[in-house]
Ligand binder design. Structure first.
Ligand SMILES: *Cc1c(COP(=O)(O)O)cnc(C)c1O
Length: 394
């Protein structure tokens, strides 16, 4: 696209449509499933390799490039690679930017499988991880070690929705010559652009808001510099954890409506949070839009367009009643994903925090009666009505 300054809402519609070398001009890029490309002769192979053309799918693919261009633009990065899943992106980034003898400083409230990965896989390669509450910047400063090479965090934590100050965290990291890696899956570029705040690497599980329709698994890594991209790209080619072209094609299709979806989801979340907070059977609601939220002011300052569409709420610790509540919901379904077009419910104690020892998770505030909601694009009055009637089982 010609370099004109437009809003992200417009940008997302116009980026990433052109395939290099394509002579026709389809409105939507064709799907390139080919695993390899015929080379006329040695000169063409040389020319292809030196000009970033296409020769082999694991190395590069037009559909992944189209999607990568959109994400780079949305994140204000210098480049993006598309991976086979969010976890593939996280594994690849950690093994690229840390090596034997290094230390990773990670947020206490990372995605559950990221913690599993760090503790049970990455640790086997001589890379040590310690965890700290990233909302406590003084504690972060104290936890830095001489061999800390990476700070790894999310912006809004699951399921209690605490908010991390990426700008200040990046300052601390950079003083220690460490990189900042942000998993921005929950936040999306519509809420925050971590690279603008100082982060070096941004990861998304595209399975969630970018895909948005619960029908595609993919991940992305966007970097603040070309050097960081080259490093991770070279290792991606060796690991072979690129996404399937069709997954990238589906994500690009979905990205065109992402701005509308995410904004509607965030607007619904704010209204639902207020309604749940007013419900007599609800003990507590966690959403950064609420004035009682511990980082409400920070969220107001650093987030744009809303406060995210993930929230959680507490009811009585009664498993039987929780089951009755799920049966009573007429629209909202219980399933282990988020970011899709419909509102979904999950139960942290039996999913994301299943592996966390009881006393630790209770200290964190994650108890039996805590439910997480990923808010969808439904009419908000229908959503509020569904929750309100179902909550009366308590
Ligand atoms: C879902 C998720 C992941 C993992 O993504 P997959 O695409 O399922 O591999 C990582 N981080 C966060 C915050 C997630 O929500």
């Amino acid at each position: 696209m010609e370099k004109v300054t437009v809003s992200p809402d417009t940008e997302i519609l116009y980026q990433g449509g052109q395939v290099r070398g394509e002579t026709m001009h389809p409105e939507t890029p064709p799907l390139y499933m080919s695993t390899a490309y015929i080379m006329k002769d040695l000169d063409e192979l040389h020319e292809t390799n030196s000009s970033g053309g296409y020769s082999y799918n694991r190395t590069s693919n037009p559909n992944r490039d189209c999607l990568a261009d959109v994400i780079t633009s949305l994140e204000n990065g210098q480049g993006t690679i598309i991976c086979s899943s969010g976890m593939a992106a996280i594994s690849l980034a950690l093994l690229t930017y840390a090596k034997q003898g290094d230390h990773i400083l990670a947020s206490l409230s990372l995605y559950g499988e990221s913690i599993d990965l760090l503790d049970n896989v990455i640790s086997r390669y001589g890379i040590q991880t310690t965890y700290v509450d990233f909302t406590d910047l003084e504690a972060v400063r104290k936890a830095v070690r001489p061999n800390t090479v990476l700070f790894y965090t999310e912006v809004i934590a699951n399921p209690l929705t605490t908010v991390v100050n990426i700008k200040e965290l990046s300052d601390i990291a950079h003083q220690a010559s460490a990189l900042v890696l942000v998993d921005s899956t929950f936040t999306t570029p519509f809420l925050i652009k971590p690279i603008v705040q100082g982060a070096d690497v941004v990861i998304h599980s595209l399975t969630k808001y970018f895909g948005g329709h619960s029908d595609v698994t993919a991940g992305s890594i966007t970097t603040a510099t070309k050097e960081l991209l080259e490093k991770v790209y070279n290792i991606q080619v060796l690991f072979g954890c690129c996404s399937d072209p069709f997954a990238a094609w589906l994500c690009l299709r979905s990205v065109r409506t992402m701005s509308m979806r995410v904004k509607q989801q965030m607007s619904n979340a704010e209204k639902l949070a207020a309604a749940l907070q007013a419900h007599p059977r609800v003990l507590r609601v966690n959403h950064p839009s609420l004035p009682g939220h511990p980082q409400h002011e920070l969220a107001k300052n650093i987030l744009t367009n809303g406060y995210g569409a993930i929230m959680s709420f507490s009811v009585a610790d009664d498993r039987q009643k929780l089951n009755e509540f799920m049966h009573a919901l007429r629209l909202v379904k219980y399933l282990p994903t988020l970011g899709g077009y419909r509102t979904t419910l999950s139960h942290p104690v039996s999913s994301s925090h299943m592996g966390v020892p009881e006393e630790v998770r209770l200290k964190m505030g994650i108890h039996e009666g805590l439910m997480r909601i990923s808010v969808g694009i439904e009419d908000i009055d229908d959503l509020i009505a569904d929750f309100t009637q179902a909550l009366n089982v308590f």
